[in-house]
Design a protein around this ligand. Structure first.
Ligand SMILES: [Zn+2]
Length: 67
């Protein structure tokens, strides 16, 4: 459970991110290490939102690729 860094309330998790552009389509946002073709995908970025103040927090579920 994530707590809001601003008001310390419980955040709503498991939201996704969309690219808001006509040509970009709908694609999950991936955390990657490195740049361009040779970058390593580390996991889908998810979002949590605080229902009280609107603070948005980004996170990934799988931390094995980071440690
Ligand atoms: Zn909050």
């Amino acid at each position: 459970m994530r707590k809001c860094i601003r008001c310390n309330c419980e955040m709503k998790e498991e939201y996704g991110l969309k690219i808001s552009a006509v040509l970009a389509g709908v694609a999950p946002v991936i955390l990657s290490k490195g740049q361009g073709t040779f970058s390593e995908d580390l996991g889908k970025i998810k979002a949590a939102v605080c229902p009280y103040c609107g603070e948005v927090s980004l996170y990934i579920d799988d931390l094995k690729s980071i440690k």
